[in-house]
Design a binder for this molecule. Structure first.
Ligand code: NDP
Length: 474
């Protein structure tokens, strides 16, 4: 890559300092969420609400902090590796559809992908369902997740670091006009080790595994272990609630259903990832490895973890309202993404042939009517609306755990005067806030990439379609 194109790309995420802070700060953030939403003292630990009584010892006791050695266990690592291996086996043995990726730069052709994430997930979930039907919450998968939650988190963090390091080192064997169509990502070859390790040097790293054949690491990590792991964690939380209380609330069912629907929809539409920025533009480094394997399953399921300890009964009116918000978001998300996919793959399709577009100097067409005429990333708005349905079921989140004076048993409540109500909102509504920031940041990144690609045509597009994400607002 020439210095001039390197300059054009520039650093993102705050450059090497931002990359370092994210790479070592976000894993700490994941532990913080796990310990702040605990079954020892409350969410948040009550002494956090009374800073005058706060001390390190008290916080350690109230969070159930197991010490550094307690963060990791051989059992959790082996269990996590077995889960990855199982997914790999399903990838090989279940029928898959072969799909071609987008045209690579420099006329290097297209990569082929074998996709069966949906059937693999359904297969795994069927085993879990059959086991649960026979053994209830005692089906070994659920206690395993409960007893090893922190260990499984650590195992996935370690796998992300190892994977990012492996692909970083392997990327140095990419040749110019590589016969295996290997390419470096334009944004990942700055020469700064930490930044390139974080953002990803190689565009589509692949690995040949004995008996499994060639696996595209990025596409595989993006839609397999973390996405299904997210559903499995939520199901374990449902089983946890049932095991503790003997019932399952509407709120945890809504969280699990809406999130599982989102995941299974993404897996069903697996080939659609081939045109996303992650696959076409970003390299595979720590950012994506950690996002796929740790951030998505563990941070996105925090509401389920909360509700497994503190059940919330929503009732019909609130449940219907939350589901209505969800399906409104889903409709916008799916309709806009499908409209673009259809237009890009077959512009003569009757459902999109009437749409207006501008032709860029590169020959690519940008829609300026239909969903894509309302805002430049109307699909992000739908996605964000859906995130409301993940957080609202926790309602006025916050609980404390006390011992009953009469029986000595643990009592989980919001306190006699509801003093804990709302105290955990920063934890259980974090996803909505974070996701808004992610989507605004992603919109800016995508816009900068498109401006680089399309030059004046992109400016013209932005003049016609003024709003970025939310029509009339942003
Ligand atoms: P998009 O699917 O919006 O794709 C952006 C690309 O589409 C642009 O780079 C451009 O690529 C093309 N494009 C832009 N405008 C137009 C237009 N008017 N007409 C036709 N093509 C256009 O972005 P993402 O890949 O970021 O997101 C895909 C989905 O994944 C979204 O719904 C998003 O919400 C979701 N997502 C979810 C995340 C999560 O954590 N849950 C994280 C990130 C994304 P080109 O012209 O080069 O083809």
């Amino acid at each position: 890559m020439s210095p001039s194109s390197r300059e054009k790309h520039g650093y993102e995420f705050g450059g090497p300092i931002g990359a370092s802070l994210i790479s070592f700060g976000l894993p700490i953030g994941c532990y913080a969420f796990a310990f702040l939403c605990n079954d020892v003292s409350g969410a948040p630990p009550p002494s956090l609400l009374h800073p005058s009584t706060l001390s390190l010892d008290k916080l350690i006791a109230e969070t159930g902090w197991p010490g550094f050695s307690g963060l990791c266990s051989v059992r959790a690592i082996l269990g996590t590796l077995a889960y990855y291996a199982f997914s790999l086996v399903l990838n090989v043995v279940l029928p898959a559809r072969e799909v071609e990726g987008v045209e690579l730069q420099n006329d290097q052709g297209r990569h082929k992908y074998n996709f069966n994430a949906f059937s693999s997930a359904v297969f795994t979930l069927t085993i879990a369902a059959a086991g649960t039907a026979l053994q209830g919450p005692k089906f070994p998968l659920w206690p395993f997740i409960h007893e090893n939650y922190i260990g499984i988190l650590t195992a996935n963090i370690l796998i992300s670091y190892a994977l990012a390091t492996y692909v970083y080192v392997a990327s140095f064997s990419v040749k110019a006009n590589d016969p295996n169509k290997r390419q470096l990502a334009a944004g990942g070859v700055t020469g700064n080790i930490i930044y390139d390790w974080f953002i990803g040097r190689e565009l589509n790293p692949r690995i040949s595994i004995p008996l499994c054949g060639e696996v595209d690491i990025k596409a595989w990590m993006e839609l397999r272990p973390g996405m299904l792991g997210w559903i499995l964690l939520n199901l374990a939380f449902i089983m946890g609630q049932y095991g503790t209380y003997g019932y399952i609330t509407d709120s945890i069912l809504i969280v699990t259903f809406t999130q599982a629907f989102y995941v299974l929809d993404a897996l069903w539409n697996e080939p659609a990832i081939l045109t996303t920025m992650d696959i076409t533009t970003d390299g595979f480094g720590f950012m994506l490895a950690f996002g796929d394997l740790v951030w998505v399953p563990f941070i996105y399921s925090i509401q389920g973890r909360y509700l497994s300890i503190h059940p919330v009964k929503l009732g019909t009116a609130r449940s219907v309202f939350i589901m209505a918000v969800y399906f409104a978001g889903y409709y916008i998300f799916r309709a806009s993404n499908s409209e673009k996919n259809r237009f890009r793959t077959n512009p003569n399709d009757p459902s999109v042939s009437h749409l207006k577009y501008i032709e860029t100097k590169r020959g690519t067409r940008l829609l300026i009517s239909g969903w894509w005429g309302t805002a430049r990333h109307i699909n992000y708005f739908g996605d964000w609306l859906m995130s409301w349905a993940y957080c609202l079921p926790t309602w006025m989140a916050g609980y404390a755990i006390r011992s009953s004076i009469l029986t000595g048993e643990k009592v989980v409540s919001q306190g006699p005067n509801n003093e804990m109500a709302g105290a955990a909102i920063p934890i259980t509504y974090f996803y909505m806030l974070y996701f808004a920031i992610l989507l605004v940041h992603r919109e800016n990144r995508d816009s900068a990439n498109c401006a680089r690609k399309y030059g004046k045509s992109w400016d013209e597009y932005c003049r016609i379609v003024k709003w970025k994400i939310v029509p009339g607002i942003y």
